[in-house]
Design a protein around this ligand. Structure first.
Ligand SMILES: Cc1cc2nc3c(=O)[nH]c(=O)nc-3n(C[C@H](O)[C@H](O)[C@H](O)COP(=O)(O)OP(=O)(O)OC[C@H]3O[C@@H](n4cnc5c(N)ncnc54)[C@H](O)[C@@H]3O)c2cc1C
Length: 381
């Protein structure tokens, strides 16, 4: 991959440091953590200690004071951990949880949750999805009532990344009796709050090293100080949060696809059939060229959007285009790569199967392909 003009020397230095850390301290454990079904929480602590969780957050809250592109580099370099689950778990912390805490949190919330989250001392999760409300965020049923200076919260959330180990959960809920996007607010619920429990750790097709939880809230008493942002403004706030989350998915997908292509190029140069390397067959070479072209197109679109975000814009249409295109490309690339690896590609001992399983999620999580098409097309017609 060539260098790109959106990055400057400071970015390049950060990339080098991150790359060394990820390839030396994380990648060697990828197989073990995938098999075990989780990576140790000490990874959050270590990355926080090294300043990697706060690259694009202000120094006043314990961040490194870098720009948004530093976060883009983190998303890319985390793919070199060779574990999509680990990359996703870190992304949830940096680009979902911390993004929201920083954007709408009060000073008290920033001190109690953002600062320790950037240091890796507290792990957070973001709870939007419910068993009966996924794409339709305004259809959530988790609800609260006021009781003096507290909110009493009840409901259920599912598919929550980092949910099993989280020290706090950011919960999207509605005032009891409200309907649709109105009446939605966001509350931070701390681990140990009576009535807050992990009902189940969910088994997944891929992303094995990340934990995914079903969470229950039964009459949880949440102090009003833990309201994140303004009451009744939760729907707009969560729609904003989805923007950095979606671009993170696009950027990670491109980086993952590039890794898969590089691995595949090595394989097709070495694997011999009919007396020659399989990469010499035109049928394969042309498809490799298509993979490379699609990855480059996805990269350029994602970087273009990253540049807009870096300049303070959050263009929902273009972000949705980048997510739609890049995540589709990543899955197609993983699928073609498996084809070129033949039977070995289907074996657990080769890394391709993991990319193939992991990359499928990005077309569903954080807004499905269909929802991306809906957002894009609504702004066209
Ligand atoms: C491993 C994993 C991790 C996740 N992590 C989190 C997390 O940390 N926090 C969190 O809150 N959520 C998380 N999610 C949930 C994820 O964001 C949702 O799964 C996703 O938004 C889709 O919702 P759903 O699964 O309910 O599908 P549904 O909304 O039921 O959709 C089912 C199908 O119907 C289609 N569909 C729905 N509406 C329309 C429409 N209007 N037009 C056309 N087609 C439509 C969808 O595109 C999809 O193909 C995670 C999911 C997974 C699998």
């Amino acid at each position: 991959m060539r260098d790109h003009p959106i990055f400057n020397d400071k970015h390049r230095a950060i990339r080098k440091t991150l790359h060394e850390f990820v390839t030396k301290e994380l990648a060697p454990h990828a197989d073990e953590w995938e098999e075990k079904g989780e990576f140790p929480s000490s990874v959050f602590h270590r990355m926080g200690e090294l300043g990697f969780l706060g690259l694009h957050y202000p120094e006043e809250y314990g961040g490194q004071g870098g720009d948004y592109l530093c976060g883009v580099i983190l998303a890319e370099e985390m793919m070199h951990s060779l574990s999509g689950g680990l990359a996703m778990a870190i992304g949830v912390q940096t680009d979902m949880v911390c993004a929201l805490l920083h954007k709408v949190g009060s000073e008290s919330i920033k001190e109690r949750f953002l600062r320790p989250a950037l240091k890796g001392e507290k792990i957070g999760c973001l709870c939007i999805t419910e068993p009966d409300a996924g794409s339709d965020v305004a259809g959530i049923r988790t609800s609260f009532v006021r009781d003096g200076n507290d909110y009493i919260l009840s409901g259920q959330k599912t598919f929550i990344t980092n949910g099993v180990r989280a020290d706090f959960a950011i919960v999207v809920a509605r005032s009891r009796g409200s309907e649709g996007p109105k009446g939605i607010s966001i509350l931070v619920v701390e681990k140990g709050t009576a009535g807050f429990s992990v009902s189940r750790k969910l088994e997944k097709v891929g992303m094995h090293s990340s934990d995914t939880a079903e969470l229950a809230f039964q009459d949880c008493r949440v102090p009003e100080d833990n309201l994140l942002g303004e009451e009744d403004q939760g729907f707009n706030q969560i729609m904003w949060e989805l923007q950095p989350e979606r671009l993170f998915a696009a950027i990670s997908s491109v980086a993952g696809a590039q890794l898969v292509l590089d691995t595949t190029l090595k394989y097709v140069r070495e694997r011999q059939q009919f007396g020659r390397p399989i990469g010499k067959f035109q049928a394969i070479r042309h498809r490799l060229a298509e993979m490379a072209t699609n990855i480059e197109a996805a990269r350029q679109l994602s970087y273009h959007v990253a540049g807009l975000i870096n300049a303070g814009e959050f263009p929902a249409k273009e972000i949705s285009m980048a997510k739609l295109f890049a995540t589709r490309v990543a899955y197609q690339v993983a699928d073609e790569a498996m084809q070129f690896h033949g039977g070995y590609g289907y074996m657990m001992e080769f890394p391709i199967q993991r990319f193939w399983r992991d990359s499928r999620l990005a077309r569903i999580g954080g807004g499905t392909d269909e929802i991306m098409l809906e957002i894009i097309s609504r702004q066209m017609i």
